[in-house]
Design a protein around this ligand. Structure first.
Ligand code: ATP
Ligand code: MG
Length: 323
């Protein structure tokens, strides 16, 4: 079997009315990774997940999921989904929502009870399982949403904005849970624009904007700015040290030395010199381009490359009349 759980070529979606939500996306998602689909509002992220889970039809393109053509029923049985703004019947309890999804996913009744027990524990909702959804906080609803997405023991889990409205502690729990799911060999496909929460756990990202793929890969490869060490200190360096440091390629500003390296060993002589001069080190930090900076770089670049259309000029080809 292919190592790619998702292998997509030229996926397009034109909504009724002519909005080109996806303009030919190619994506390959390796098995067992946490994959982030990133993009600003309206980029086409939810459209992609809806196509893959057959909530809507694509307008063009081909692809496989778990080695089967998109839409194949046997593949869909191995897929879990937390939709964007998921709404579950608010008169059901948390446990009932999980059991309800189990029914829809053809989970054998004999297994449902035990699955619900372990999923409730996994998302830390055992105590609150008997309360109705309408009485849950936003974060509690999302926990149940994630649990129901796992009820069929899926190989791929699609989570569309899973931490929408979740507090910092809940987000930390979410990250731990995602790592655990990855350890179990599942592939987790996350749509988000909250980049800081994804950065520590994500294996690969795709960045899309206005229906187009701007970049794809592992974070270190996508980062255009190289990592560097910042060494902050209090006091003034002697002129001789300034001169010799600058000769070795260090960049000096008042109270800050920048070393264009990611190797801690390279900066030890600098620290030794600061100590010899009796200066106080206040901070040593390895600076890397954050996912947020990387993302904004891609999006800004694409906005420069594609100026807004002149008013009155037709932008889209005639609409394909289906949604
Ligand atoms: N049912 C629909 N009919 C017409 N246009 C739609 C429909 N659903 C989405 N769109 C449009 O398609 C584009 C992509 O929307 P989509 O919801 O996929 O974006 P998104 O990346 O998920 O955004 P967000 O971050 O806001 O959730 C947007 O321009 C949106 O207005
Ligand atoms: Mg969306």
């Amino acid at each position: 079997m292919s190592d790619y759980v998702l292998d997509l070529t030229g996926i397009r979606k034109t909504y009724r009315g002519g909005v080109e939500a996806l303009k030919g996306i190619n994506l390959q998602v390796p098995r067992g990774c946490i994959y982030g689909l990133l993009g600003p509002n309206g980029a086409g992220k939810s459209t992609m997940v809806k196509i893959l889970t057959t909530l809507i039809r694509r307008s063009g393109g081909e692809g496989t999921m778990l080695g089967k053509p998109i839409g194949d029923r046997s593949a869909l049985q191995k897929v879990g989904l937390l939709p964007e703004h998921a709404q579950f019947p608010d008169y059901l309890t948390g446990r009932q929502v999980i059991e309800f999804t189990a029914g829809l996913q053809d989970v054998p009744t004999s297994e449902t009870r035990q699955r619900a027990d372990s999923l409730l524990e996994l998302v830390d909702m055992t105590e609150a399982q008997g309360r109705k959804m309408r009485g849950y906080s936003k974060g509690m609803k999302q926990r149940i949403g994630i649990a129901q997405a796992l009820v069929n023991d899926p190989e791929i889990v699609f989570l569309d904005e899973p931490t929408d409205g979740v507090d910092p502690a809940g987000r930390r729990d979410f990250r731990l849970l995602m790592k655990r799911l990855r350890e179990e060999g599942r592939t987790i496909f996350i749509n988000t624009h909250i980049l800081s929460e994804l950065e520590p756990i994500v294996d690969r990202v795709a960045i899309i904007s206005q229906g187009e793929l701007l970049g794809e890969g592992i974070l270190d490869d996508l980062r255009s700015e190289k990592p560097e060490f910042h060494i902050e200190f209090e006091g003034a360096l002697s002129p001789a040290t300034v001169e010799s440091m600058e000769k070795t390629g260090l960049i000096l500003n008042s109270g800050l030395i920048t070393a264009l390296t990611s190797r801690a060993a390279d900066i030890q002589p600098v620290i030794d010199q600061l100590r010899r001069e009796g200066l106080t080190l206040s901070r040593v930090e390895l600076k890397t381009q954050s996912l947020e900076e990387l993302f904004m770089g891609f999006v800004d670049q694409s906005n420069v490359a594609a100026p807004p259309p002149i008013p009155g000029t037709p932008v889209n080809p005639p609409a394909i009349p289906r949604s």
